[in-house]
Design a protein around this ligand. Sequence first.
Ligand SMILES: [Fe+2]
Length: 227
Amino acid sequence: MQIFNLFPLTVIKDNISIEEKEREILVNEIKKMKNIDSDKKMSSYAWTGDINGHEFLFSNDLFKNLSTKISKVIIEYLKNLEINTSYLDIYYQRSWATYTEKEQSINFHTHSQSNISFAYYLLKPKNSGGIIFKSNELQNEIAKNIFTSSKLEKSLINKPNVYNSDRSMFDLEQDSIIVFPSKTPHATLPNKSNLPRISISGDISLMLRQSKGFEHLMPNFTNWTKF
Ligand SMILES: [Fe+2]
């Protein structure tokens, strides 16, 4: 018997190496942003720069080297999808740091205003929590809710696997980067380490260089009319 898994969600993982000195400089810069905003109250949610006024991290020159390395990974991601990048202008529309302390996490969300998103782990101590992706469309759900956790507990389902799960967890090591469609719901697991986890996230917008003849991708903003 052959099994065909059709219509996959493609998530790529790569590694980026940076000098330890650079890591220290970036971590300190992020700590400065976080401490300015911190109200000292311990929250169960991680601190994220995007909603605390630090959503353009890559306009800070200290992050230039890292953003150049990330750009190369994004191009590879697009190539894997067989997208001809020579037709596109590609922008980081937002980029920010996340700072997750013990027991903190981030709830499920999407980045609905962009095309591609990524997370790069600048500091990722052991047991500091992974990232979970969730599918909106469980392709093999032959009966409504047949694969929910209660069905597992009642042994109707023997074990979760890629055929019957609507979520998948990655626990990646420091210096890894994960790239995925922005519309994919994702969350982070609680940090079980005593050390903070710091990731750098970003949202990427694609625009056609020339939109003539194309209907669906965003036309170049240089041709837009502001009113
Ligand atoms: Fe996110």
